[in-house]
Design a protein around this ligand. Structure first.
Ligand code: ATP
Length: 208
């Protein structure tokens, strides 16, 4: 699972998903837009529009799936609930992975039911070149004893491990910077897929 606001989806998300798929030997990567992200302000565009952009961005990429499940739930979009659904679908033996960037990981101790996340899945933290802060104390306590240093060690169990990954093509692209560029009428070419750019421009999304 790679959850996010995807406001909008960009090549940092998509390239990370492809590389996770390969590096971890995953069957598929569920990319799941949060309808109501609990720890941040209201996204700029609707959940349905963010899902449409995500679908356009994924296109026919093998192994990546735009998963609408959080749009079907009411209330805040808690990852623990989403992982519990995936666990029910895939069964107790399946190896489930929740991937997130280092910036999102730094706030993990503030998430809803953070230790439950480790009961349901492994966590894989993706390095981001623009986010390299050290771990807060509450987070260090939460993850103590969970870290492994290789994919094989992670995949020996269905859940409970933590792996930090430096993916080959780390990209310093953020949705915040994209929204800023779009609001100012500057170019976003080559930061997101062309089909996503075309829809954003055609529909005047993210304009001031
Ligand atoms: P914003 O700038 O609005 O906070 P974002 O670019 O960080 O957005 P999100 O939708 O919040 O995008 O991110 C979804 C997940 O993808 C998070 O776990 C985030 O850390 C990760 N992520 C986002 N951009 C990158 C990137 N360039 N490389 C690797 N991971 C990323």
């Amino acid at each position: 699972m790679l959850g996010g606001t995807f406001d909008p989806v960009h090549l940092g998300h998509l390239r990370s998903a492809v590389e996770l798929h390969e590096a971890l030997g995953l069957d598929r990567v569920h990319m799941i837009p949060a309808a109501k992200p609990p720890l941040r302000g209201e996204p700029r565009v609707t959940p349905e529009e963010r899902l449409t952009l995500l679908r356009l961005g994924i296109g026919d990429t093998p192994g990546l799936v735009a998963d609408p499940r959080e749009l079907r739930r009411d209330g805040p979009s808690y990852s623990a609930d989403t992982l519990a659904e995936l666990r029910r679908e895939y069964g107790p033996e399946a190896r489930l992975v929740m991937a997130l960037g280092h910036d999102a990981f730094l706030r993990l101790a503030e998430w809803h039911a953070p230790s439950r996340l480790f009961e349901l899945a492994h966590l894989v933290v993706i390095d981001r070149p623009d986010h390299e802060a050290p771990l807060p104390d509450a987070l260090a306590a939460l993850v103590a004893g969970r870290e492994v240093d290789a994919v094989a060690a992670l995949m020996a169990a269905p859940s409970g491990g933590l792996l930090r990954l430096r993916l080959p093509s780390r990209m310093a692209i953020s949705a915040t910077e994209l929204r800023r560029r779009l609001a100012e009428g500057r170019s976003v070419r080559y930061l997101l897929p062309e089909a996503v750019e075309a829809r954003i421009l055609d529909h005047g999304l993210y304009r001031q």
